[in-house]
Ligand binder design. Structure first.
Ligand code: PLP
Length: 396
């Protein structure tokens, strides 16, 4: 064991030396637009709490009531004795919101993506995946025996080439899989073009809409609503761990037969505990809020637009777009150091943002990724911009 311990310590040192060691900052408060950490109060601009529902009183109350009404835990997988009627209620609500026939809950979206490919795509099939897809898609695809093809991020000419290659290889089923929104850039997948190409080649389309469900599109139904292809997506995966209250859980929303087969075969569904009752109830409430009220989405849009316009006015370089993920770019050789120093300086001003550099993003494309929330006030957004300006002056 001593030798292993030493090897692992060396590996950890190598991570530190490369500047890639991830320190965790401990919050001493609920997740919200305003949080406290060991070093004091901070405005939070790095959560996936897009609709501000993570500490919403109605969501918290629904979860609290569920402890009395439904108990603490399920102590079972779904198919043995772990399905309460509210699990099915949540699945039906997700399906209705997504515009699909049915849905199946997983412990997380990581698990949803981990379970879906192996069941639906075998050795005679082809999976064509965007190169920037989420790690859980990459791992899920690895678990399937299907032939794998990769296309350059949002590059439709390359997607066509990969569809041709899959067809020429004689694939039985072909699926094109993409994130709805790419998390480092805030860019939308071009779903209309993807659907057109898929249709031309008789392929299915799968979208992971984790960074969209609840707030992208006019009614928050997702990237497929935003792109005008609500009824053209075969498989949607998503998370309850971001805009929809940020508790935990993920899902696959799809045709009845797909959902039914996943309930028979998907390993993370069959062999992992059911989502906890309070999380189910809180998520249902969050989904109801997202479905029934435009107000949080409008607040989020106002905040995102205000932030983009004030930052542009202040001379910062942003990636273009409209998603609340707003990358503030620090290009060039010196960018990674600058982004990190500015993020650190901003925390001293009470604003919490995170810098990303290579290898998380391409070399020379360092950035601070700001994430707006409906929970931010206009003053919060202005304070964030003021902190950027002050930090830039200090760092030089
Ligand atoms: C966050 C995220 C996931 C993981 O979701 P969890 O429910 O936290 O496991 C999967 N896919 C994408 C695209 C994500 O952004």
């Amino acid at each position: 064991m001593y030798a292993v311990k030493q090897d692992l310590a060396d590996e950890l040192d190598a991570i530190r030396d490369a500047g890639l060691y991830k320190e965790e900052r401990e919050l001493t408060s609920p997740q919200s637009a305003h949080v406290t950490t060991g070093s004091g109060a901070a405005l939070n601009f790095c959560a996936n709490n897009y609709l501000g529902l993570a500490d919403h009183p109605d969501v918290v109350a629904a979860a609290r009531d569920a402890l009395d009404d439904w108990g603490f835990g399920m102590a079972s997988v779904r198919f043995i004795c772990g399905t309460q009627s509210q699990h099915r209620d949540l699945e039906r609500a997700i399906a209705e919101f997504s515009g699909t026939e049915d849905a199946i809950l997983f412990p997380s979206c990581f698990d949803a993506n981990g379970g879906v490919f192996e069941v639906l795509f075998g050795a005679e099939d082809a999976i064509i995946s965007d190169e920037l897809n989420h790690a859980s898609i990459i791992d899920g695809v690895r678990l399937s025996k299907a032939k794998r093809f990769r296309f350059r991020n949002r590059d439709m000419a390359d997607l066509r080439a990969q569809l041709e290659a899959a067809r020429d290889g004689g694939a039985r089923r072909t699926v094109v899989v993409t994130d709805g929104v790419f998390s480092m850039d805030g860019y939308y997948a071009p779903l209309e073009e993807i659907c057109d190409l898929a249709e031309e080649f008789g392929a299915m389309v799968m979208v992971d809409d984790s960074h969209a469900v609840g707030f992208v599109g006019e009614h928050g139904r997702g990237t497929h609503e935003h792109c005008g292809v609500l009824d053209r997506i075969d498989i949607i995966t998503g998370t309850l761990g971001k805009a929809l209250g940020g508790g935990s859980g993920g899902y696959v929303a799809a045709h009845t037969e797909i959902v039914e087969l996943l309930k028979q075969r998907a390993r993370p569904y069959l062999f992992s505990n059911a989502v906890a009752p309070s999380v189910v109830a809180g998520s249902l409430k969050a989904l109801e809020i997202a479905r029934d009220s435009d107000e949080p989405r409008e607040a989020l849009r106002r905040n995102s637009e205000l932030f983009r316009s004030l930052m542009t006015e202040a001379g910062f370089e942003l990636l273009p777009g409209s998603h609340p993920i707003t990358p503030v770019m620090f290009p060039g050789e010196d960018g990674a150091r600058k982004a990190t120093e500015i993020a650190d300086a901003m925390l001293a001003h009470g604003v919490y943002v995170i810098a990303f550099s290579y290898p998380v993003v391409p070399q020379g494309k360092a950035r601070i990724r700001v994430q707006l929330s409906a929970g931010h006030s206009e003053d919060d957004v202005r304070a964030c911009v003021a902190a950027f300006v002050a930090a830039r002056d200090e760092v030089g």
